[in-house]
Design a protein around this ligand. Sequence first.
Ligand SMILES: Cc1ncc(COP(=O)(O)O)c(C=O)c1O
Length: 373
Amino acid sequence: MAQTFQPFEMERMMSKWENAVEYNLSESGVHPMIIRELIDDADDIDALLDTEINYPQANGLPALRERIAALYEESRPEQVLVTVGCIEANYLALHTLLEPGDEMAMMLPNYMQLWGVARNRGIQIRPFYLREENDWALDMGDAVTEKTRLIAVCNPNNPTGYILTEDEMDEIVRQAERVGAWILADEVYAGTERLTDRETPSFRGRYDRVLANGSLSKAYGIPGLRIGWTVGPENTVDDMWARREYITISAGMLSNKLAEIALRPQVRRRILRRTRDYIRRGYPVLEEWMNSQGGLFDVVPPQAAAIAFVRYHLNVNSTEFVNRLIREKSVLIVPGDQFGMDRHFRISYGLSPERLEPALERIEELLNEYTAS
Ligand SMILES: Cc1ncc(COP(=O)(O)O)c(C=O)c1O
């Protein structure tokens, strides 16, 4: 029996509005780079202009896969598949590792892609939680059972910006080992740390059955390249590649080339510095604004990513609030409903103060209309 299609509510709303509103505070990465900021070397520009716009090697240019492999412990280019964003890597992982009827454990709150894909494929989801009342500490509960085939984690986490402790990572690995489950680690926010220069460690290298997925969209501020990847056991990565032949064949040639440049160690360092500068300059602006709203908000300060997941004390539904915000104030944020947590919203702060401050003023105008009534 055909089941009702579960759309990806957050991406649907963002796709429709992010380029239509005056202030987009729904994005979880920092303000994107321009090409000129990425390439500043005349030889690189020449080499790009001389590039044949052919299909690249379908699993990713070897030079790019080498750069990606170098980011992980004991990893080789054959264990890397370059994908169209991290979103494709996640999608392929679920289609490769799980069958309808299988059971997976999933961290919540989370980017709800895997939740929707699992529902659409008839995969049973057993949630486990980051607990707001414990500053988003991990609570695995009894989510992992003998039937669990995969444990889906997002670290650093979207939407909370929480980074798992070493003990929490060990706990997840222990539970996976106990039942022989895969760990699907969406690590797209590694490199966006706000409070430390230590990059969030990967699950890769801690256990055999790990797929570590990442991309250039968040920590690198170049989402429009649409370059992501998975790193895992070679045969599993090859199985994912086989499935991808039906959808996109490969990511783009120019994107592969530009991505290789972005991942050269000295360029990468410069880009991550830029990202962290946005994040570290932006959060105090948001924090000061929240503090000036008379106790309306509670937030556990995010440790990473350019987003805060904020609880508000107002008797209004989050989707209703955001719909008014879009239509009346031309500002987009993400309603908590889209993470299954009403009375919250996710708001971006990875923008320059000149962009952030006027957007916050408009949100305040709408809030004032609610508090006055
Ligand atoms: C946790 C997470 N994974 C994957 C993605 C998709 O990213 P990409 O642009 O790399 O496809 C996002 C985007 O917001 C995300 O938050």
